[in-house]
Design a protein around this ligand. Structure first.
Ligand code: DON
Length: 306
């Protein structure tokens, strides 16, 4: 019963928005500009391991910023809250994802969801794991998705070649001792982490791993500590949609994370992992269809936290 009901719901939302052609595909990373603006996939995974999908749910795309909460969770587990807090804050920046602004007194990036904070987190992981760091990240994200993930070499090279703004941010962070000396390999790791390939179904399962208190509900594998999950979801709630985070919390009311590839992952605590992929973005870098379907789902299923 539940099966048909949810399937019908996402099929209906898919057809409601497939014909809406608002937003532009990101092209500041040239390789991302090749994505089809018409691709549109949705998937939902439940905390008891059922998966529903519709549209282009098999189409692969790169995680981009959706990798950030997962890397943050890994850093929290590896270093503990106190050490991580010395390098990155937990306040919404109210600014765009690629802002070069840092906190006034501490010189920390505002939070781990904006590029500056995510580069800091990844630099910490690089400092700890060195050349093993990419494998560590891939292994952990693969456990969250329930299958082996790899990276998109073209997207990685494309961003590595053109990511001058992120390079500038990283060197500013070095200036304030927020990241260790080895800036270039840390940036390289960040670009690779952003280029991890998933499909919408994978993303729904990764999201459901967070909704299920860190345990992948499909494979049964424990992927993240409960404390890390609580911190990841808190930051996603306040900062996950960049300078749309306040409006998202108001209208949708669940933790979420977007990426410039067009991915959106929303987490309904203890219930559902929701994922959407559609590369048409609004001016803030969030997927237009992703925002629409999550807003409608929240309304129709009463998902808002309050
Ligand atoms: O660092 C960048 O600019 C990209 N690799 C990721 C940015 C991103 O996904 C922002 N999302 N809306």
């Amino acid at each position: 019963m539940e099966e048909r009901w949810l399937q019908t719901l996402i099929d209906g939302l898919h057809s409601r928005y497939a014909g809406v052609h608002k937003g532009e595909v990101a092209n500041y990373i040239p390789e991302l500009g090749k994505a089809s603006p018409d691709h549109f996939g949705m998937a939902i995974a439940t905390s008891d391991g059922k998966v529903f999908e519709t549209g282009n749910s098999d189409t692969l795309f790169t995680l981009q910023s959706v990798s950030k909460p997962f890397a943050f969770g890994m850093a929290l587990e590896a270093f503990g809250e106190e050490k991580v807090a010395r390098h990155v804050g937990v306040e919404p920046s109210g600014d765009s994802f690629n802002s070069i602004e840092l906190e006034k007194v501490t010189n920390r990036p505002f939070n781990p969801m904006v590029n500056a904070g995510a580069i800091t987190v990844t630099a910490l992981l690089y400092q700890k794991y060195g050349d093993q760091a990419l494998d560590r990240i891939l292994t952990r994200l693969s456990a969250a998705a329930g299958r082996n993930l790899g990276i998109d070499e073209e997207v990685y090279h494309s961003e590595s070649k053109t990511g001058h703004r992120n390079r500038a941010i990283a060197y500013l962070l070095l200036n304030f001792d927020m990241v260790p000396e080895e800036v270039e390999p840390a940036l390289d790791l960040y670009f690779k982490q952003c280029s991890i390939l998933v499909n919408t179904r994978d993303l729904a399962i990764m999201s459901a791993t967070l909704c299920n208190l860190g345990k992948n509900p499909v494979t049964g594998e424990e992927v993240f500590d409960l404390d890390a999950v609580r911190n990841m979801l808190s930051i996603m709630f306040t900062c996950g949609m960049y300078d749309y985070s306040g409006e998202w919390a108001y209208r949708v009311g669940v933790p979420a994370k977007s990426g410039v590839s067009g991915a959106v992952m929303a987490v309904v605590n203890r219930q559902l992992g929701i994922a959407s992929y559609s590369p048409r973005l609004d001016a803030k870098g969030n997927s237009c269809r992703g925002i629409n379907v999550c807003t409608d789902l929240a309304q129709e299923l009463g998902l808002h936290t309050f």
